[in-house]
Design a protein around this ligand. Structure first.
Ligand code: BG6
Length: 299
């Protein structure tokens, strides 16, 4: 695989010998592009997304840590900005690993590793002020011919225990939201952040016809979520150790209200399917680690 840095060192790009590519912005360790061998983009990125570090990226795969949304009733994180500070910190590129020996020529892969810790120069200053814990994050982005895997390891490096949530806020690119169906969440209890209800369920498939903001907690970790277009499966999302799946689409009004959301009808070309651990808190004592990952497979 070829791994290159942008001239301004703001991002790293990896391309497999077969042509698939991924691009990661050090700001937030945000995956901002994932293309197949034909050059077709798989992720949605707003045309008005700020890529200069001034704001969290609107699109791609922002990393949410240590709080999902805001948690006004949670002492440790109640003063943190929405979705925490991982997506607004500058991460360090730790290196790449590739598999290109003769045995793997037919299935090349490349893994990019990123790190952020409480001691890092790139840490959002808000974090130091408002979340005084010693932590270390390693985020790995692995590209294969037909999949993208992103995984995080959170370690408590200090004496004080802390609580955290993690979410991989993936903006999938679709051609037309009106022909999208989502399978794998049937009979799965969810909290609806739009209707303010809990413990709802619905049969398969789920379609998106209005603002949607839901936290599903499937009973089984091995349950995959499949996103189809016009009945043809496109993405299969599987999870390691991430018990929840957020489904989000801002629709007309919410998209209109976000300055960095362009084009305004871009919500028709996106769907967020976000694996995470957000319906409860991971409590990490000194030396404890929490590991979670998603794999998005092109089907
Ligand atoms: C989703 C949340 O994960 O992220 C939504 O469930 C939220 O409630 C959305 O609106 C986008 O958040 P932000 O901070 O990137 O605008």
């Amino acid at each position: 695989a070829i791994v290159t840095f942008s001239d301004d060192n703001s991002r790293v790009r990896a391309e497999l010998p077969t042509g698939e590519s991924v691009e990661v912005l050090l700001h937030g360790a945000t995956v901002i592009s994932w293309k197949d061998a034909a050059g077709d983009e798989k992720l949605w990125l707003s045309e008005a997304a700020k890529l200069d570090g001034s704001k969290a990226v609107r699109g791609g795969i922002p990393v949410v840590f240590p709080v999902f949304g805001t948690a006004p009733d949670h002492e440790q994180t109640k003063t943190l900005p929405q979705h925490g500070f991982a997506r607004t910190s500058r991460w360090e590129f730790l290196g790449k690993s590739t598999s290109e020996d003769s045995s793997s020529l037919s299935s090349p892969s490349v893994k990019l590793d990123f790190g952020l810790s409480s001691a890092a120069a790139g840490l959002d200053p808000l974090a130091r002020e408002r979340w005084p814990f010693a932590f270390n994050l390693i985020y790995s982005v692995t590209l294969t011919r037909d999949s993208l895997n992103t995984g995080i390891v959170v370690t408590n490096d200090g004496e004080k225990p802390f609580d955290c949530q993690v979410l991989l806020h993936t903006y999938l690119r679709v051609k037309d939201i009106s022909s999208v169906t989502i399978e794998g969440l049937a009979s799965t209890p969810y909290t609806d952040k739009v209707a303010s209800t809990t413990n709802q369920t619905h049969p398969d498939p789920l379609t998106i016809t209005a603002e949607t903001d839901r936290v599903y907690t499937p009973s089984s970790l091995s349950a995959a979520v499949t996103v189809s277009e016009s009945g043809v499966p496109k993405f299969r999302v599987t999870r390691d150790n991430l018990t929840d799946v957020v489904v989000w689409n801002p629709w007309t009004n919410k998209a209109a209200g976000m300055a960095d959301f362009e084009p305004k009808d871009g919500f028709r070309q996106m769907l967020c399917v976000e694996p995470g651990s957000v319906s409860s808190w991971q409590v990490l004592e000194q030396g404890d680690a929490f590991e979670g990952a998603q794999t998005i497979t092109l089907v």
